[in-house]
Ligand binder design. Sequence first.
Ligand SMILES: *[C@@H]1O[C@H](CO)[C@@H](O)[C@H](O)[C@H]1NC(C)=O
Length: 289
Amino acid sequence: MASSSLISMKTLLVLLLASSLMGTFASNFYQNFELTFGDGRAKIQNNGELLTLSLDKYSGSGFKSYNEYLFGKIDMDLKLVPGNSAGTVTAYYLSSLGPTWDEIDFEFLGNISGQPYILHTNIFTQGKGNREQQFYLWFDPTKAFHTYSVLWNPLQIVFSVDGIPIRTFKNQESIGIPFPKNQPMRIYSSLWNADDWATRGGLVKTNWSDAPFTASYRNFIANACVVSSGTSSCASNSPSSLSNAWLTQDFDSSNRRWLRWVQKYFMIYNYCTDLKRFPQGLPPECSRA
Ligand SMILES: *[C@@H]1O[C@H](CO)[C@@H](O)[C@H](O)[C@H]1NC(C)=O
């Protein structure tokens, strides 16, 4: 990254250390993920280092994590469907279960060759979403792997792309806005056909003669609290609780500068400025977002 001066040396060291410690065992897809649908269309390859999803006219495919997490810093490298991906959606998200679920969403809306993907994001708390923000990316997400991350701690949720924050959702329970903090979530991903809405609002349809469409995943790293039988691996008496700096990580001024850069040049939709959609007034969390 050209402007790496904005990332403090300390952050870099922490990242390097974390990746060297975690990299050896964290990214095995066999250990972490279960293929959920699509028969042979979802595949784990290269001894568990690579996972691919594909979509053809009969079916998409998907996977989900074995673990349930309650807070985490979760990184995944994705390379999206190349070429004519119009009509396809690659969804990558965290979600809990039940009617009042919480959810943190990345959705990648494909496009015809050479036209930009849209990165669509949303956050559900207690079963309520309607918090869409959309972005173009500053690179072609089909040419190489890029890292898409969620930092989720009791203070905030931060979506990042290659370490650059693109969106935050602060814990504003003090003014009555629910924040996800009690319901463990699994990680899910799927590749599916959404040509009724995905590309230019549904105008461009999936071209099935370009199928199968394939998206790839690697380098899954979860610095996260795993919940099992009601107990969190981050409970204060557990050994891993010592190394969880991300659990209290707040938004700093460098994060804020990057966020402003992304919002200025790459954000194409923000529910918080959509007065037409919310004629009775913008959602309360928007006033301090
Ligand atoms: C696809 O390309 C068109 C034309 O550049 C653009 O308006 C649109 O936002 C792009 N992305 C999607 C997902 O429609």
